[in-house]
Structure formats: structure tokens, C-alpha cells
Design a protein around this ligand. Structure first.
Ligand SMILES: Cc1cc2nc3c(=O)[nH]c(=O)nc-3n(C[C@H](O)[C@H](O)[C@H](O)COP(=O)(O)OP(=O)(O)OC[C@H]3O[C@@H](n4cnc5c(N)ncnc54)[C@H](O)[C@@H]3O)c2cc1C
Length: 289
């Protein structure tokens, strides 16, 4: 299948990109790795008259540490996130999550910013972004602004990003010593997208009690959400098996679980609970070192 005709633009700076977005408005779409936009164009689910390729815009890719936070440029590919020595050492949940996205071809071209801007309900990174408490740096005609992850995912493929803005980078604030995290998913056998995926971050004090937690659920509903009931069920508690299993029972609360060809509502709720338990167990293991 072929996309509808469009004009291709390859700006060489953020300013030039913003100028194009301002001038072309609704008729334009940004292109990152193209692994979500191009299939949609081929299926004619998207028909932009103008495609603005971000790949020649400098300064949008890379992983760095800044003021205690991990900062990842929007154009950083899933493979670069998966293989970054900094992330493997300081934030392995991000590398782990990137490593289970699609296949090597998808990970070599798809970008973290593209995934978070597209907000596919079955994408993996959104759950981990929620668990970690990510912040999104967007640049528009009025300059830069930062959006917290709890305001980012607004509905099915809808985010807080304005049409005249670019997602520039994603910031992941540092977690305290004694923290660990894990992402667990039930992958679709063909695409590898998450039928259900759960990311969990926990911080344990010297006595093994959980002092901080972040849990994100993706795949089951129309958007990734924070599993507040699970977080409330583990913070302040010693994380023995019964406590973890009890808290994981809340994993589908607040998720607008959708039945589809992959399963019924009840089945997906069950997956949320099972994968929440597994993610917390693995996070606790990591936090204990
Ligand atoms: C076969 C296949 C299997 C896949 N499996 C998985 C999987 O298992 N898990 C998973 O999470 N994902 C999966 N994906 C999706 C993949 O991760 C995509 O790379 C990702 O969703 C989109 O990133 P992209 O860089 O390709 O964005 P693009 O397709 O280029 O863009 C997607 C959307 O985001 C917008 N956009 C992109 N970058 C920016 C930016 N910097 N600022 C503002 N807007 C922007 C675009 O305008 C577009 O609307 C799969 C894709 C394919 C084709």
C-alpha cells in the first residue's frame, strides 16, 4: 500500500522545524523513526500533506546525566536506549524496556520521543516513563515548557503536546539509593506490542520497607496509566510475598480496560495483576542488590 501524496521537508534546526510547523499547521506531521507514522500513512489512517523529517535536526538525540537526572533526547533510538552504558548502569529499567520493543529493525529506527509522542496504547516505554516519574520537555514558538508524566497521556494517542511543538527531550529524575525497577510484559506474538505491560520502581530503606514506589500499566486500556492502588498497597510496607500479591490485585483499578481480538476485559485485568506482581518482585530483587 502507498501513502497519499505529501511534500517532504528536511529542516536543519529546531527553529526551522518550528517555522514549518507554524506555517503548515494541521497539514504537517513530524517524522522521527517512521515506525508508527509511515504504517498509518500507508493504511491512509494519516494523510499529512507535509512530512517534516527530524533526522537532520541536530541536538535531538543522545543520553546524558544532568543535575542528577537522566536526560534522553527525543530522537534517541530504542537501540541506543537499550545499549547505553549510562542507562544500563544508572537506570536499567529503561534499557530493559527498550530491549523488548518490537524487533531489531524497529529498535534501530524507532525513537523514544516518537513512541511517547505517538502514545500508542500498547507501547512499552509509557509504562516505564510513568513508573520513573518522567518529565517531557517540549519546544514551541513561545519557548520551552516541561510537562509531568501524569499530565502527558490524555487519551487514545493523545498527549499534552501542542500541534506547534516538538518533543525535545525526556528527563528522568534520579531515584534514591536502595531503588530498583523492572518492566514485565505479555507481548503480542506477532508485533511484540504489549497486550499488557507493567513497570515498577521501588525504593527500600535499610530495614526492607518500601519508602517510594512508581507503577505504570500499559496495553490494557486506551492510554498508559499510573496504578495508584498498587503504589498505595506497597509504600510504607515491608515487601513480603503476601503484601506484593495483595497490592498487585489493584493493578487494573483505574484502567479503562478494553476488550479486543487479544482478550476479554476479565482476561486483561488478570494479566494486569499477574504482570504487576512479577514487575514488583523483580524490582524488589534489584533494589536489594
Ligand atoms: C512491526 C512493529 C512492531 C512494533 N512493536 C512495538 C513494541 O513491541 N512496543 C512498542 O512500544 N512499540 C512498538 N512499535 C512502535 C515503535 O516503537 C515506534 O518506533 C514508535 O511507536 C514510534 O516511534 P518513531 O520514532 O518510529 O515515530 P514516528 O512513527 O516517526 O512518529 C510517530 C508520531 O509521533 C510524532 N513525533 C515523533 N517524534 C516527535 C517529536 N520529537 N516531537 C513531536 N512529535 C513527534 C509524529 O509526528 C507521529 O505522529 C512497533 C512498530 C512496528 C512497525
Amino acid at each position: 500500500m502507498y501513502p497519499a501524496a505529501f511534500e517532504y521537508h528536511a529542516p536543519a534546526s529546531i527553529q526551522e522545524t518550528l517555522g514549518l510547523l507554524g506555517r503548515l499547521g494541521d497539514d504537517a506531521k513530524l517524522l522521527a523513526g517512521g515506525h508508527s507514522l509511515v504504517p498509518m500513512m500507508k493504511l491512509r489512517l494519516a494523510r499529512p500533506k507535509h512530512v517534516i523529517d527530524l533526522r537532520k535536526v541536530p541536538g535531538l538525540a543522545g543520553v546524558r546525566e544532568e543535575g542528577g537526572s537522566i536526560v534522553i533526547g527525543a530522537m534517541t533510538t530504542h537501540w541506543q536506549v537499550e545499549s547505553s552504558p549510562l542507562l544500563c548502569e544508572k537506570c536499567p529499567i529503561l534499557s530493559d524496556t527498550a530491549s523488548v520493543i518490537g524487533d531489531p529493525q524497529v529498535r534501530n529506527l524507532g525513537t523514544i520521543g516518537g513512541s511517547l509522542a505517538h502514545a500508542d496504547p500498547a507501547a512499552d516505554i509509557p509504562a516505564t516513563a510513568i513508573a520513573l516519574g518522567a518529565e517531557f520537555v517540549c519546544e514551541g514558538p513561545k519557548g520551552r515548557r516541561t510537562v509531568k508524566v501524569d499530565e502527558w497521556f490524555q487519551g487514545l494517542m493523545q498527549t499534552a503536546l501542542h500541534e506547534d511543538e516538538i518533543l525535545v527531550e525526556i528527563r528522568f529524575p534520579a531515584w534514591p539509593a536502595g531503588s530498583g525497577g523492572a518492566y514485565m510484559k505479555f507481548p503480542h506474538p506477532a508485533s511484540r506490542f504489549a497486550v499488557v505491560g507493567v513497570a515498577a520502581m521501588v525504593t527500600l530503606d535499610g530495614k526492607g520497607a518500601c519508602t517510594k514506589a512508581g507503577v505504570g500499566v500499559t496495553g490494557a486500556g486506551t492510554k498508559a496509566v499510573r496504578a495508584k492502588g498498587v503504589e498505595a498497597g506497597i509504600v510504607g510496607k515491608t515487601l513480603d510475598q503476601a503484601t506484593i500479591e495483595g497490592a498487585a490485585q489493584n493493578a487494573a483499578d483505574g484502567v479503562d480496560v478494553q476488550a479486543d481480538l487479544q482478550g476479554s476485559v476479565e482476561y486483561k485485568q488478570h494479566l494486569c495483576r499477574v504482570f504487576a506482581r512479577r514487575a514488583i518482585e523483580a524490582a524488589v530483587k534489584r533494589a536489594r542488590g
